[in-house]
Design a protein around this ligand. Structure first.
Ligand SMILES: [Zn+2]
Length: 293
């Protein structure tokens, strides 16, 4: 495996100081990935393109990864191509084979010991290829109860044990969000975040961040959260705008025409989230680092 893309641990390195956080957007193809990379290029900041299970039910990993990796390689900013919620060893191996520069192993539904054991195996494999690993402790649930994934808050002590045993590069924790929320009504437990921060020296990962109110996103960027996952907000931006376009222009049948405005809307949403996560600080920090060298 040739590692050409930006590594998760690389782009998250600067986030631990609490000056900014980097969004990881769940994308499903060209139409959403392209405007997100454009947003990152406009601000000249890193971004993470994430592939989740839903995307892989739609398109084979070998196809989607080629689109995303090609875009990442051509980009003028660091773009991490990340596998989101890898549930088993084979999926992770497939992602590494396809060239993902970062993988998440999600053993959150397993007992702590089993989660640690499995995550350790993934870390050993991925690290041998120079690839970063995100693990999960506690569980961010889903707004749809039929999915059968139970959510529960992260225990700081378990998080410490999990990190020390596995050596993951980033830790996903559950502190009040739920996946696929349609409104920004999540109730974030900032006291719990403080407790977790005391025991974890690596960047934290927030899942289900569409549901986080803007003012709390800004607060989260100031904590050890370095990676903030956003999926639904992007899907909403595209879907609602597409419906608008079709209603306004009933005579247009060409998807290339119909996708133009929805793609612009995605870029705007990506820019808005990047700004809320204080990513504009990215440059001042880089400049300072160079001054002190
Ligand atoms: Zn997630």
């Amino acid at each position: 495996v040739k590692v050409l893309l930006a590594q998760l641990s690389e782009v998250l390195e600067g986030t631990i100081e609490g000056k900014y956080a980097i969004p990881a957007f769940n994308v499903y193809g060209y139409e959403d990935a392209k405007p997100i990379v454009e947003a990152a290029e406009e601000l000249q900041v890193p971004v993470i393109l994430a592939t989740n299970i839903v995307a892989l039910e739609y398109m084979p990993m070998s196809t989607l990864s080629k689109i995303l990796i090609d875009m990442a390689e051509k980009s003028s900013v660091p773009v991490v191509v990340h596998l989101d919620h890898g549930k088993d060893y084979n999926t992770i191996v497939q992602a590494l084979y396809c060239g993902y520069s970062s993988v998440m192993y999600d053993g959150s539904q397993l007992p702590l010991e089993q989660n640690i054991k499995n995550t350790k195996e993934i870390v050993k494999l991925a690290k041998s290829l120079g690839i970063s690993v995100e693990g999960e402790i506690g569980s961010v649930g889903y707004s749809d109860p039929n999915l059968g994934i139970k959510g529960f808050f992260t225990d700081p002590n378990e998080t410490r044990i999990f990190f020390e045993e596995t050596g993951v590069d980033a830790v996903a924790v559950s502190v009040g969000t739920v996946h696929r929320m349609e409104k920004q009504t999540a109730n974030i437990d900032f006291n719990l975040i403080e407790e977790i921060e005391k025991v974890i020296p690596v960047p934290l990962v927030m899942h289900g961040s569409t549901g986080i109110p803007n003012r709390d996103l800004q607060k989260i960027a100031k904590t050890k959260f370095g990676k903030v996952n956003i999926g639904t907000a992007i899907r909403q931006a595209f879907g609602y705008k597409l419906r608008d376009e079709m209603n306004k222009n009933p005579e247009i049948y060409d998807r290339l025409e119909l996708f133009k405005e929805p793609m612009k809307t995605i870029k705007n949403v990506a820019l808005e989230k990047m700004k809320l996560l204080n990513l504009e600080n990215y440059h001042s920090i880089k400049v300072n680092e160079e001054v002190y060298k």
